[in-house]
Design a protein around this ligand. Structure first.
Ligand code: TRP
Length: 334
């Protein structure tokens, strides 16, 4: 009888804190969709994480649904992958508490994101913001994830997840799979169109700095045309040409062409022509997603069906981990 190999588990999450940008799409969600056959994937909307920064309740609810619809619009198949909303699965909070007792104060104090965020919101340096990485560790360890696709800003949190897991395993035996970062084969780190030394972000005060997945073709082309570049005229990837490099990365990531191939394509052509081509390519790439999103987002009954089933499946997948952990630490089972 053939031995069927168990698929490795991949888990990732995204916070429902606003409209998604081209950066979120090319850097994360698009890759997630491509992993669904090779791996058992779990993708969640991290609403518990979102409240570490004050949120307007109605807005958070809306954005959570937006984010969920967007995962589906981007090709994540709830039949294949665990697709759910973090707060629907209470196991995350339970495991997070136990793990927090295996995490050192000093470890959390070193997290650069905590330092950044507490500087940005000095009036609300809450304990949740401080223990945020423990909750993230719980998300990952609950499902015994083998791999976690994360961007540079989350790498330190994954490192600390590994430390917590190894510490727990060191005391109680092999309870947790130690997760590894998953470095995608393709995918781009997309920078701001207005300041290409900074990551593209929806919190940019200048909306020309970012493209959202819901922008129209016209808006996208306009933003690309206005992208900050430099004063020479060659479309080549070179140090110091951050604006052009960024546009080349975007173009290459969508078309699948290598950077030298892209350079050759635009040899002898001006920036104007190049920028329009990038804009059109981005718009064509995002159009089906925008359309799928509009259709799915209008069908709240269907979305509810998906996230209800997703939460149940996630619960079934994570339950054993919490049971095991509770037993190991010595809780009397009810
Ligand atoms: N903290 C992540 C972010 O802000 C989101 C997240 C929550 C996550 N839980 C996770 C990512 C678990 C990977 C794995 O981007």
């Amino acid at each position: 009888m053939p031995v069927t190999e168990k698929k490795k588990v991949i888990l990732s999450g995204i916070q429902p804190t606003g409209v998604f940008t081209l950066g979120n799409y090319l850097g994360a969600v698009k890759n997630w969709a491509g992993l669904q056959d090779e791996f058992q994937c779990a993708y969640m909307i991290a609403d518990l994480h979102a409240i570490t920064v004050r949120q307007e309740p109605a807005e958070l609810r809306k954005r959570t649904l937006d984010a969920f619809a967007l995962l589906l619009a981007a090709g994540i198949d709830p039949q294949k992958s665990l697709t759910f909303i973090q707060s629907h699965v209470d196991l995350h909070a339970k495991l997070s508490w136990v793990l927090s007792c295996f995490t050192q104060f000093g470890e959390m104090s070193r997290m650069t994101q905590f330092k950044d965020k507490s500087q940005k919101h000095p009036d609300n340096v809450n304990v949740g913001l401080f223990t945020y990485p423990v909750l993230m560790a719980a998300d990952i360890l609950l499902y015994q994830a083998d791999f976690v696709p994360v961007g540079a800003d989350q790498k330190q949190h994954l490192e600390v997840t590994r430390d917590i897991a190894a510490r727990f395993n060191g005391i109680y035996g092999d309870v947790f799979t130690i997760p590894e970062p998953y470095i995608p084969k393709a995918g781009a780190r997309v920078m701001s169109l207005q300041d290409p030394t900074k990551k593209m972000s929806k919190s940019d005060t200048n909306p020309n700095g970012y493209i959202t997945i819901l922008d129209t073709k016209e808006q996208i082309i306009n933003k690309c045309k206005r992208a900050v570049t430099d004063s020479d005229r060659e479309v080549v990837y070179r140090e110091g040409k951050d604006g052009i490099n960024n546009l080349l990365n975007i173009y290459s990531s969508i078309t699948g062409k290598t950077i030298p191939e892209c350079e050759r394509e635009f040899e002898g052509k001006g920036y104007g022509e190049f920028k329009t081509a990038v804009g059109e390519t981005v718009a064509d790439e995002l159009r089906p997603i925008r359309e799928n999103f509009a259709r799915l987002r209008a069908d709240t009954a269907y979305l509810k069906e998906c996230y209800t089933a997703g939460a149940q499946m996630a619960y079934r997948a994570g339950r054993r981990t919490v049971e095991k952990v509770y037993k190991k630490v010595g809780f009397l089972l009810p």
